[in-house]
Design a protein around this ligand. Structure first.
Ligand SMILES: [Zn+2]
Length: 266
């Protein structure tokens, strides 16, 4: 069995309430999950993501304000965010960005809060985790302007957009969406991403891959995503798992845990 790093998950979400501890303390490690970045995307979920990262060795967290909750973000929230970003195991600022599909916050507010957080990431030298839905042109304009380090997550755009993200030095994360029937465009984009910039993620509890589509997703389903992407990249699954884990350690600035050699030094 090989180790898999889930670069983007939401284990603090409600659907995990009944069995969260069992999943995180036992099911995931037994399934070979060697790392998870749990993403905090509003004030309560930043706190609960941070708590998960303190409780479990292999869990890290990101802290940021999602475009959905941008309307709730003011000076106080940004000050708190800065404080979280100085704490242990808070490895990125995210997820942040623009979502014109739901428009839960007005677009001008989304853009302001995205800008403010991009500026904090630059100032504090933290990688960002970017969420962009039906907002490619505006997201790309802000990424070009701020040039942050980090990841565009749950990518389902074109190969052309992927190339532009790569030219900014960023990484691209793919979810179970790559296994869906209508994933042709996303697979073309994945083909354009070199192994050293590719990440895999669940975005769980959402985005369960085929054949689990519609179920509650968790990191044990990553092998389906891995298999599809490995075929696109023409490498074996173990090699892709190792490459994506190495990329996650690099982009999030995590020191990989020392491998056990199975013998004790005298
Ligand atoms: Zn997410």
């Amino acid at each position: 069995m090989y180790g898999i790093f889930d670069s983007h998950a939401h284990y603090d979400d409600k659907p995990f309430a009944p069995d969260r501890d069992e999943l995180l303390s036992s099911v995931l490690p037994k399934a070979g999950i060697i790392g998870v970045v749990n993403i905090g995307n509003d004030t309560p979920s930043i706190a609960s993501s941070y708590e998960l990262a303190q409780r479990y060795d292999y869990i890290y967290c990101a802290a940021g304000h999602h475009p959905h909750s941008a309307k709730d973000v003011g000076e106080k929230e940004l000050l708190e965010l800065r404080d979280y970003l100085t704490r242990p195991k808070v490895v990125a600022l995210g997820e942040i960005g623009l979502d014109y599909h739901y428009d839960f916050s007005p677009r001008d507010v989304q853009q302001r809060v995205f800008r403010e957080q991009l500026a904090i990431a630059k100032e504090m030298d933290k990688p960002v985790v970017i969420h962009s839905r039906e907002a490619t042109a505006d997201t790309m304009a802000l990424l070009r302007e701020f040039q942050p380090r980090g990841i565009v997550h749950c990518f389902s755009g074109s190969a052309e957009t992927a190339r532009e993200i790569l030219s900014l030095g960023m990484y691209i994360g793919f979810t179970g969406v790559v296994t869906f029937k209508n994933a042709r465009k996303t697979l073309e984009a994945a083909a354009a991403v070199p192994l050293e910039r590719l990440l895999i993620e669940t975005d769980c509890p959402y985005m369960a891959p085929v054949p689990m589509r519609g179920k509650r997703c968790d990191s044990t389903m990553l092998p389906y995503t891995l298999r599809t992407l490995a075929a696109v990249k023409g490498v074996d699954e173990e090699m892709l798992a190792a490459a994506t884990a190495a990329n996650a350690y690099t982009v999030y600035g995590i020191i990989p845990p020392a491998r056990s050699t199975g013998c004790t030094a005298q």
